[in-house]
Design a protein around this ligand. Structure first.
Ligand SMILES: [Zn+2]
Length: 409
């Protein structure tokens, strides 16, 4: 089972000074900042997924790339741009979520293939249009007619994409996009894509589905699936179901969830093989809007806030796993919660995090280099590193799956 990481230009600055919370004086983002595969000892993914709409921008506005970055990607090619180690694949797609509100995709199969070829992708997904809706019924009565028209449109675009790819003798491996709105229609899309000659198929639109609905669809697909067709799940992790997915023909998936939970989830911020822990929230005085307002309104003294912030970080950095030291951390975190006027308290969860001290047991290079800093919820440099750590935990979990062992010996 292979894992792909969707690129959103998430990098960290290797020379960041955690004690002073400062970047190096002459930092040049483009040149100095590093991707997850460069700060961990090993790439935590088998490939990256790069969306055309994130690079080129879309109907919804500019993408995540500056004009200069975009030019560099086209000039250097995707492998050099990302400094990918050998064996890490670059997979492209259109980023169909960015034009989901349009009647038809604002991009043609020719433009899609141009993007893949100009940037030197290894493989690329055919142009598609996301279907937002699902039913387990076999009948199409009562379902939004747009669901079926989008599915058919996607198949038509896949046919054009394949003939362009063959006509140009393209070196980019074509991956057919399958959309559907029921197990039956997903299976029909896969059947049609195989007839067009696709040996790799990406299943789209499954993100909002329940695991049971994904399984029902995969079961129906498996009835038409050729033994040499590889299935990719777009945007789905669900590690606990991966072995079941693998039994039904899934060989890869992509997801940002392990990365984003580091700073987007309320609780599951720091992942370990067994469970996830809450990260220790020590927001920056000058980066916290609630605190800033309270200071401006004269309800909190700026000096007190800065002192509490500093004392909390100091307590955490000297934490030695003893009960006294743990209580000192909790006391400081508690005081700082009050000053920050936090709407809810995480103190009980912090006790668990501190007691387990999972960063002391993690073997990833980030935890070994930075220790407890990675468990602190504070600013982009710590938060993204914790996301990278989470991906390395995911990679380890994937390597222990039955499905992984059976495919990789
Ligand atoms: Zn780690």
């Amino acid at each position: 089972m292979k894992f792909y990481f969707p690129d959103s230009q998430d990098l960290v600055s290797p020379a960041y000074d955690f004690v002073r919370d400062e970047y190096q004086a002459h930092r040049v983002r483009q040149r100095d900042d590093r991707y997850a595969h460069e700060v961990l000892a090993e790439a935590p993914y088998h490939g990256i997924l790069v969306s055309k709409s994130i690079v080129d921008g879309s109907i919804k506005g500019a993408g995540k790339y500056s004009t200069a970055q975009r030019a560099r990607l086209y000039r250097m090619g995707v492998h050099k741009f990302f400094r990918l180690p050998p064996g890490v694949e670059a997979l492209g797609d259109n980023g169909a979520f960015n034009y989901v509100d349009e009647a038809v995709p604002p991009v043609t199969p020719a433009e899609t293939l141009d993007f893949y070829e100009e940037c030197g992708f290894d493989a690329g997904v055919s142009t598609d249009h996301v279907v937002f809706g699902f039913t387990e019924n076999h009948e199409s009565d009562g379902v939004d007619p747009e669901w079926e028209s989008r599915r058919r449109l996607t198949l038509g675009l896949a046919a054009d994409f394949m003939s362009l790819s063959r006509g140009r003798n393209s070196t980019v491996e074509p991956v057919g996009a399958a959309q559907g709105w029921s197990p039956e229609t997903y299976a029909d899309s896969v059947r049609a894509l195989q007839e067009l000659g696709y040996q790799r198929i990406a299943l789209g639109g499954m993100v909002p589905l329940k695991t049971s609905q994904i399984l029902a669809s995969l079961e129906r697909i498996s009835e038409v699936l050729k033994s040499d067709t590889q299935l990719h799940l777009l945007g789905i992790t669900r590690v606990e179901s991966m072995d079941d997915f693998a039994d039904l023909g899934v060989t890869s998936f992509d997801s940002t969830s392990a990365f984003r939970q580091a700073f987007m989830d309320d609780r599951k911020n720091f992942h370990t093989a067994e469970r996830a822990y809450v990260a220790l929230r020590v927001p920056q005085v000058d980066g916290n809007p609630t605190l800033k307002r309270a200071i401006l309104a004269g309800n909190v003294s700026q000096k007190d806030a800065i002192t509490a912030e500093r004392e909390t970080l100091k307590a955490l950095r000297t934490y030695d796993s003893s009960a006294t030291s743990r209580q000192a951390c909790i006391d400081r975190l508690s005081e700082y919660e009050v000053i920050c006027q936090s709407k809810k308290s995480y103190l009980a969860a912090y006790e668990e995090t501190l007691a387990a001290a999972p960063w002391t047991r993690c073997e990833c290079k980030i935890c070994r280099d930075h220790g407890i800093e990675i468990a602190i919820f504070r600013g982009t440099e710590r938060n993204k590193r914790r996301g990278f750590h989470n991906m390395s935990v995911l990679a380890t979990k994937m390597s222990k799956l039955k499905s992984h062992r059976s495919t990789d010996g």
